[in-house]
Write a protein that binds this ligand. Structure first.
Ligand SMILES: [Zn+2]
Ligand SMILES: [Zn+2]
Length: 111
């Protein structure tokens, strides 16, 4: 699964349209908090070094570049640019109402 287009929904929200026409929604601070680079996640313990509340209230993507054929590299307004979000990982972070309700265990979706 690959993104086909990126758009700024509002200054704090990134929209990603996927090749299955899924309209992904991403809060930019949430994306920054979920960076998986060595500076953000301890490579031995897997512990996340960047925690909610440690970042400026608004961290915006400055540039977004595709990396190879597998992910996006996002440069953020706090200067952080080492994180690469693979397409699979990015898709799993989707915050649209459909993906979000599945994650929180919406009882309507349990057969
Ligand atoms: Zn990082
Ligand atoms: Zn979604």
């Amino acid at each position: 699964m690959k993104p086909v287009s990126l758009k700024k929904i509002d200054p704090r929200t990134l929209g990603v349209e996927w090749e299955d026409a899924h309209q992904g929604v991403y809060d930019t601070t949430f994306l920054r908090e979920h960076c998986t680079c060595a500076a953000c996640v301890d490579e031995w313990t897997g512990e996340r070094k960047v925690k909610t509340g440690m970042l400026p209230a608004t961290v915006l993507p400055v540039t977004i570049d595709s990396v190879g054929n597998y992910g996006l590299q996002i440069r953020f307004s706090d200067g952080h640019a080492t994180g690469i979000y693979t397409y699979d990982y990015l898709r799993s972070l989707c915050q649209c109402p459909g993906c979000h309700s599945r994650e929180s265990g919406n009882p309507l979706l349990i057969p």
